[in-house]
Design a protein around this ligand. Sequence first.
Ligand code: ATP
Ligand code: MG
Length: 380
Amino acid sequence: MSKTIQIILNSLMKLFDVMVRQLEHVFIRKSDEMIGLDIGTGFVKVAQVNRKGGQPVLTNLGRVAIPTGIMDDGYIIDVNGMTQTIRECLALSYAVGKEVVVGLSGCHVFSREITMPVMPKQELAEAVKWGLEEYVPYPVDSFYYDFDIIGSNEDGKTFELLLVAAPYEIVNPLIAAVTAAGLELVAIETEALASVRVLQKSKDSGASSGHFFVIDIGAKLSQLTIFQKGVPFYTRIVPVGGMHFTQVIMQVTGLDFNEADMLKSKKNAFLQSADFIGELSKVNQELKLLIVQLAFEGRQTLDSYITQNHQVMIDQVFLMGGGACLKNLLPELRHQMDLTIEMVNPLAFMSASTAFDPQFLERVIPQMAVAIGLALRGDA
Ligand SMILES: Nc1ncnc2c1ncn2[C@@H]1O[C@H](COP(=O)(O)OP(=O)(O)OP(=O)(O)O)[C@@H](O)[C@H]1O
Ligand SMILES: [Mg+2]
């Protein structure tokens, strides 16, 4: 097994394991300049964090829309095109250095718990290997996998294992594009694991039990993740994202995609409760229907988790992702879900270079949160 793949598998295994994450804090090779690279379905995002003074400082940010034909359904189908897009994004951000941590969308990582009789680790590895066909829904020899012991039952007769798997089709083109862009891959990890580093209260040891609900509204989909004790526990994918908001504007106004996307980012009047007439009213009605769908799925995810987990309390609900930047979406979602929801803000606990325009930062931070979390690997 190559060193890179081993790094990836080791990283994947850290998905849910707080203990390992604490060890990682001690052992990770720390570079002064770490790049976080978040490749979504719509945008490539780069964030760079500098640790020279001890405390992490956000120094560089960049985002580039992924041209059509490069990704299909979350898969990179044009590696050269993706390499070019990553290069553009790096250049735009003025990022320096080569070391990079790359994010893997939750919808591309399969994980499940399995129970096995207690046995030596080597035998456990063999037993898992022989059971893969039963445990993992991907074809044989088409995925990377690894497992770790996450517990044992009270009588000491069985282990609880966490098995994780990611398809070659997802991971290999990602590695190829990143390395061809001249970057040195330090790790691949899930977006959820990266995002927990930018949730305020998880930094605030003792003040929170680490039970969060995070709504990440991306380009084509939204990821709803429940964190238990600061560890990603459950992710649900909802097919609503910023692209659908743009499509609503296109359909009602007749604008093309780019014009509608521009209008979406600029206009303040979307989703406001005032009674508009004509096109704006129609756009607002259609946008609200999408938010209602998102809110319904969110509420259902949260309620069923709370019921199944004996009324466990969720400390905070966070919103992030570029789609969440739609003006007035936050109050509308709060209203629809009848919940206190906060926009994620990594800058509440870390500083940013004074070279950034504060208004630019405010505008883009929700979209850059995963990239920043990736660049913070090793800090939390
Ligand atoms: N200021 C803004 N106002 C409204 N929408 C915005 C704004 N900035 C970005 N967006 C939208 O955010 C979306 C992209 O968000 P993001 O980069 O989080 O998605 P992604 O990570 O590529 O996708 P996914 O997570 O679904 O794979 C696009 O639809 C874009 O139009
Ligand atoms: Mg995303």
